[in-house]
Design a protein around this ligand. Structure first.
Ligand SMILES: Nc1ncnc2c1ncn2[C@@H]1O[C@H](COP(=O)(O)OP(=O)(O)OP(=O)(O)O)[C@@H](O)[C@H]1O
Ligand SMILES: [Mg+2]
Length: 269
């Protein structure tokens, strides 16, 4: 009798298992269908795309410039999460100026910039810079007499990050950008240009921003190192869904990115 019961139980269990795996399958195909439908809706409606940053008709004139001497005029670019972008243009076309507008260091003279649908004009810009965007400067802006890890921890502190083991996290970030943990305690002064650039990228990632902007991050590097650094940016965009924007003159960078935006001199437009 007991055996009979057990057999029944086993049958019941098998049935349940079958049902639940069928349910799982159904759920998965439902999820897939919903995802596909959402993607189709997004494709048909550009305004619903994954846009994280939208520059709308932005113009900028430095305060000491003549009345009609604009560094940037009527620039409109959209940037999506999960994509890698290049901003290209000859010297003086306003690339660095545009990055200072995007990073909230300067305000548009005309037009506006939206982050996640919200105008930068209405946002707390300190908070925006401290949590939403990571900036990689061409000159790295590292403190040369401090170690790689100290530079990264300094950025975590400046951004008010409350994590327990900052050193461990900093070393994790260094490894992520291809720097051995054994470099952690070496003074930045004693690192090569490419290595310093990696520390600068690791530092910009210390508070996990949604967007990373970099001003000529590979300008001083050989092609092989440039390609390695580009691979890091590509992974951040494609695998971690970050929006990465690189200002560049490099053809190698332009060949790698998902989309290129060209800036022209204001008088050439
Ligand atoms: N602080 C400033 N005050 C006044 N004009 C400025 C200032 N900074 C830049 N400009 C002017 O704004 C224009 C755009 O400069 P910007 O530095 O943005 O160019 P860029 O594209 O980054 O050039 P590069 O490739 O040489 O770095 C230039 O004509 C420049 O002279
Ligand atoms: Mg510049």
């Amino acid at each position: 009798m007991e055996n009979e019961k057990t057999k029944n139980d086993v049958l019941k269990e098998e049935n349940l298992e079958q049902n639940s795996s069928q349910k799982e399958k159904k759920n998965r195909s439902k999820e897939k269908k919903e995802y596909k439908e959402k993607q189709e809706v997004k494709e048909k409606n550009p305004s619903l795309k994954n846009i994280i940053l939208s520059i709308r008709n932005a113009s900028y004139r430095y305060s000491d410039a003549e009345e009609d001497d604009y560094a940037l005029k009527n620039v409109s670019f959209d940037f999506e999460s999960g994509k890698l972008y290049a901003i290209r243009g000859r010297s003086g076309t306003g690339k660095t100026t545009l990055l200072s507008l995007i990073s909230g260091l300067e305000k548009c003279t005309e037009g506006e910039i939206l982050f996640d649908g919200k105008s930068l004009k209405e946002m707390n810009l300190d908070q925006y810079r401290n949590s939403d965007i990571g900036i990689v400067f061409q000159s790295y802006n590292l403190l040369p007499f401090m170690t790689a890890v100290e530079n990264i921890i300094l950025s975590m502190d400046a951004n008010g990050l409350k994590i327990k083991n900052k050193k461990e996290k900093a070393i994790e970030l260094m490894e992520k950008v291809g720097l051995k943990a054994s470099y952690a305690n070496r003074k930045v002064l004693r690192l090569s240009g490419g290595e310093q650039q990696r520390v600068a990228i690791a530092r910009s990632l210390s508070y996990n921003p949604k967007m990373i902007i970099a001003d000529e991050p590979t300008g001083n590097l050989d092609k092989q190192t440039e390609t390695e650094i580009l691979d890091i940016f590509k992974k951040l965009a494609h695998e971690e869904n970050k929006c990465v924007i690189i200002v560049t003159h490099s053809q190698n960078v332009c060949d790698t990115v998902d989309k290129i935006y060209d800036l022209k001199k204001v008088q050439e437009k």
